[in-house]
Ligand binder design. Structure first.
Ligand code: ATR
Length: 265
């Protein structure tokens, strides 16, 4: 039996176990997906311990995504993002990957949103960073807008063909944009949006990384103007699908994994 898992602290609320196990079941794989909660300074020890125990793959979440980087051989995207969310133990040394970036682009792609032209990413934290690199790797011009404008400039300096802005410029930034991603936590706790409704238009593909609730105010506003909307569960799904495919070498049963995820949201 192959053992996969997730390290995080706290980790209890994760939807990854049912999502991945639905995938194993659909393909008839003899595998389990379990959660581990190492101490907050224990990222490297957890990766070493997992390798010793024969764990086949690990997902990594808060607060370990940066610390794990030093315990693995990161691929170029994970190194540039500066964070690892997927570890693969199949080689001589554990390798580190970041499937959050591709999770966002695959979620948009699956909704027929063309990844060419200009993208506006709202948020310059860990999620914004991964999304900005993912869209830039697709060849998009990326405009990063953040409440703390200096963080947008810092991130833009790392991402090819990107610029940094404050939230006050959103209407201008969006006027001729093709894609909008909310990578802030706004919309999670209250029915709020970081983007003024009047800045949205029907030619946008809009992804909200927030998945609790699924129907955020941003997505409702975007739908009202005829934009293509993609909720945060799609991004969560595709970061998992990408990890699943790396670990198992099989095409993931996306529909079954999606059903398992959505039935719990
Ligand atoms: P994550 O790893 O999920 O990206 P994070 O690193 O804490 O989490 O980043 C949170 C993001 O949400 C940041 O871009 C933050 O903006 P600041 O850099 O200015 O803090 C953004 N954010 C959080 N609350 C916000 C709010 N009320 N309005 C606008 N942006 C907010």
């Amino acid at each position: 039996m192959d053992v996969y898992g997730l390290i995080g602290n706290p980790v209890g609320h994760s939807l990854s176990p049912p999502m991945h196990e639905a995938g194993y079941e659909a393909l008839g794989l003899d595998a389990r997906y379990v959660t581990f909660e190492p101490p907050r300074d224990g990222a490297a020890a957890a990766v070493e311990g997992a390798a010793d125990l024969g764990v086949a793959g690990l997902n990594v979440t808060i607060p370990f995504k940066q610390d794990v980087l030093a315990a693995v051989e990161p691929d170029s995207l994970a190194r540039r993002i500066g964070a690892v969310n997927t570890v693969d133990f199949s080689g001589e040394t554990p390798t580190g990957h970041n499937t959050d970036a591709v999770g966002a682009t695959r979620a948009l792609h699956a909704h027929d949103v063309s990844l060419s032209g200009t993208a506006v990413v709202v948020g310059a934290g860990g999620a914004g960073r991964a999304v900005a690199f993912g869209l830039a790797d697709e060849g998009m011009e990326v405009r990063i807008a953040n409440r703390t404008e200096s963080k947008a400039h810092d991130l833009a300096a790392d991402v090819p063909d990107a610029t940094g802005h404050g939230l006050g410029s959103l209407a201008d930034l969006l006027a001729d944009a093709d894609v909008l991603v909310n990578a802030t936590s706004v919309g999670m706790e209250e029915d709020a949006t970081p983007v003024p409704a009047e800045a949205l238009h029907g030619d946008l593909g809009v992804l909200d990384a927030v998945y609790r609730p699924l129907e955020t105010r941003l997505l409702r506003d975007a739908e009202a103007v005829g934009a293509t909307t993609v909720d945060g569960a799609w991004m969560l799904l595709y970061q998992g699908v990408e990890a699943f495919e790396r670990w198992t070498g099989r095409d993931a049963p996306v529909e079954e994994m999606n059903d398992a995820l959505r039935s719990r949201l």
